[in-house]
Ligand binder design. Structure first.
Ligand code: ATP
Length: 306
């Protein structure tokens, strides 16, 4: 039975991960030939983005009737600012981004963008306004130029190259056998997690959305790659309302506000320095991550000196 269960379980996980990747919901539903669960309200209007302020007002949410995931979550991402959500695994961080995309509807409270309830606007306009840099980007079996240009199909080659430069992936592409015409994806050249994430950043630079959601990869990246990605994210988030789902606290020190989510509730809010000084949950997470990073560094030094 376990032999049967494992592949089924794998497929289930794959499906869930694809679904949660929110890479491109329309394409994904095409692939799976499945209708989205959420439908536009009759007479729904396009979202009018003025300055891109996001508000979660007393949001309650559950995937299954008997298990609340978010309980009365309220916060604001002011226009052009960066707010980061941190918290233990399973706290509900990614769920917040799925709700913002209206992948699911809230069970209580509401989510607004510039005062408009996201249930009242068309999903196409909502998703057009939000750029997503997901944890794991799905690449198409096509050239790397196509994969970047997908962010805006009308983009010229020059614009694609400029986006790649800003996302700090141009050097990597220059060294590929056919440069921008190199085939990538499952059937072509396989890219690493960090490279894929930079493709996603380049896509988002081309899309140029007023609102940005960054779902940071859980997997640790080497320090060099992490720095490159941070720099690229800095470029893309400048002047945009940005929500970061963070796993590594080192990446969000400069966020305008950090929200600490635990078991679906906000337990702390503040800047990095304020939260450290208050010596609560965030400070504990910070110390644990720092100790783990130091231990990893020591281990690396030992291995290298052997
Ligand atoms: P991580 O840091 O591990 O990514 P997270 O804080 O982002 O975790 P979420 O992915 O938001 O956590 O999940 C919150 C809770 O909701 C978890 O307990 C998870 O098991 C549950 N959950 C997530 N997706 C679904 C789903 N599609 N159906 C049912 N439960 C789900």
């Amino acid at each position: 039975l376990i032999q049967l269960y494992m592949p089924l379980n794998f497929l289930g996980t794959l499906y869930r991960e694809m679904k949660q990747g929110i890479v491109d919901i329309e394409i994904m539903f095409d692939l799976l030939d499945e209708e989205p669960e959420i439908e536009d309200r009759p007479g729904a209007r396009p979202l009018e983005v003025r300055d891109g302020t996001i508000r979660f007002e007393s949001v309650a949410f559950r995937y299954d009737a008997d298990r609340p995931i978010l309980k009365c979550v309220s916060f604001e991402v002011p226009a052009g600012r960066t707010v980061a959500i941190v918290g233990p695994s399973g706290a509900g961080k990614s769920t917040v981004s799925r709700i913002l995309f209206r992948f699911y509807d809230v069970a209580g409270g509401r989510v607004t963008i510039d005062g408009q309830d996201i249930r009242d606007v068309t999903q196409a306009s909502l998703r057009h306004a939000i750029g997503m840099v997901p944890q794991d980007t799905v690449l198409f079996n096509d050239t790397i130029a196509y994969n970047i240009g997908y962010g805006r199909v009308s983009a010229s080659r020059e614009e694609i190259v400029e986006a790649a430069r800003l996302a700090q992936i141009d050097g990597f592409i220059a060294n590929l056998p056919l440069g921008y015409d190199t085939e990538v994806g499952e059937r072509g050249l396989k890219l690493s997690g960090g490279e894929k994430q930079r493709v996603a950043i380049a896509r988002t630079i081309l899309k140029s959305p007023p609102i940005l959601v960054l779902d940071e990869a859980t997997s640790a990246l080497d320090t060099h790659t992490e720095k490159e990605i941070q720099a690229a994210l800095g470029v893309v988030s400048r002047g945009r309302t940005t929500l970061v789902i963070a796993h590594r606290l080192s990446t969000i020190i400069d966020a305008d506000e950090i929200i600490v989510l635990e078991k679906g509730e906000i337990v702390e809010k503040g800047t990095h320095h304020v939260l450290l000084a208050s010596n609560g949950v965030y400070a504990g997470m910070w110390n644990r991550q720092r100790e783990a990073a130091e231990a990893a560094e020591r281990l690396k030094e030992t291995v290298e000196s052997d």
